[in-house]
Design a binder for this molecule. Structure first.
Ligand SMILES: Cc1cc2nc3c(=O)[nH]c(=O)nc-3n(C[C@H](O)[C@H](O)[C@H](O)COP(=O)(O)O)c2cc1C
Length: 328
């Protein structure tokens, strides 16, 4: 099945390599970078690398596919910013569910946002330090959700006081349950300070992960100084959702994550995904029922806020060498 148009152009290998090297700047669960790419004369194909799935925290591969979806959206953005219009066939081969997307390209004018888009891809990072107490206005959250909808996904700002309270309790409950699961705790440790290419460097994890009255961090205490003010209740919360809990929804959810994150980053907002509440089935079901009224399925909770202006930006986290993620 092709679904691609006749104006598709091939891309030179060097251009393909450049696009993939930027797409892999995408966020991924525990920085597992669970993707593999094939560059060929017609375009670029994206595969899920199931060998990098987190067996304990992500047995179904939801977070794996969401991570790949984020990389797919990154690819779309950097292609546009390089004068190429991407056309995507999602999950094109029913026989091969690891083939997540085939992307073909046609020439297109550069968007006005090209430079800012490329900068956001290169500079975005997960900054888990405490946000300032400036509240993120509901209107701002609605605009981010709108951005996701325009990209073909779904997002629900959690602004109602009762819903926020419920979400807060569910996040804590999920954290507590996972802390009791030895396999999950061991998995986090395996992915912390792993090597120079993947996993979570502890100099990116705050030195004080547990703040009273604050949502808990899933990671152990790191080395990143975090002496900011205590956060008030100003953090913005957004739920990325899907129609169902299928691979297609997860892929879209990942694209939504990237769309939201790049837009937030361009607007000076910091983003931290919180996936434990989705990974634990009882809190995921409670979220779906109590907060989404069973009209959608929750895929990822996102915390949004402002980092103090005086704070230095974090160095980008490491990535695997390009040749490791390219299929020949
Ligand atoms: C599906 C998904 C789930 C994630 N879950 C969490 C989480 O629960 N807590 C957290 O602090 N970061 C979470 N992250 C952020 C990743 O840890 C982060 O993207 C990765 O370490 C790479 O770092 P970077 O975003 O700075 O490039 C998640 C990212 C993705 C894509």
């Amino acid at each position: 099945m092709s679904g691609h148009t006749r104006s598709d152009v091939g891309i030179p290998v060097q251009m393909g390599r450049r696009l993939v090297s930027l797409a892999v700047r995408a966020p991924s669960v525990h920085n597992t970078q669970p993707w593999a790419w094939r560059i060929h004369p017609d375009g670029i194909d994206l595969y899920a690398d199931e060998s990098r799935r987190l067996d304990a925290a992500d047995p179904t591969g939801r977070n794996l596919v969401i991570s790949c979806g984020a990389a797919l959206h990154h690819l779309r953005v950097v292609a546009r910013a390089s004068g190429l219009m991407p056309e995507v066939s999602r999950l094109p081969d029913p026989e091969d569910p690891t083939l997540l997307a085939q992307v073909r390209f046609s020439p297109a004018p550069l968007p006005r946002t090209a430079a800012a888009d490329l900068r956001a891809v290169q500079e975005r990072s997960t900054d888990r330090r405490r946000f300032t107490s400036w509240p993120v206005p509901n209107e701002r959250l609605r605009l981010l959700a709108q951005e996701v909808e325009e990209d073909g996904g779904a997002a629900v700002p959690v602004t109602d006081v009762t819903d926020r309270f419920r979400v807060d309790l569910m996040v804590r409950q999920a954290h507590r349950l996972q802390q009791r699961d030895e396999r999950i705790v061991a998995e986090v440790q395996r992915w912390t300070d792993r090597n120079a290419y993947d996993g979570l460097p502890s100099d990116h994890l705050p030195a004080r992960p547990v703040v009273p009255d604050k949502l808990p961090s899933r990671f152990d205490e790191g080395l990143l100084p975090d002496n900011g003010q205590e956060v008030e209740s100003g953090d913005g919360l957004i739920l990325l959702c899907g129609e169902d809990d299928s691979r297609a929804s997860w892929l879209r959810g990942g694209e939504s994550l990237s769309a939201l994150w790049l837009s937030a980053a361009k607007g000076g907002l910091s983003v931290v995904p919180l996936s434990q509440v989705i990974e634990v089935s009882e809190t995921r079901e409670a979220l779906q029922h109590q907060v989404l009224g069973d009209v959608a399925v929750p895929l990822l909770l996102i915390r949004v806020g402002w980092q103090p202006i005086s704070r230095s930006q974090l160095e980008p986290t490491p990535r695997r060498p390009l040749d490791d993620v390219l299929l020949t």
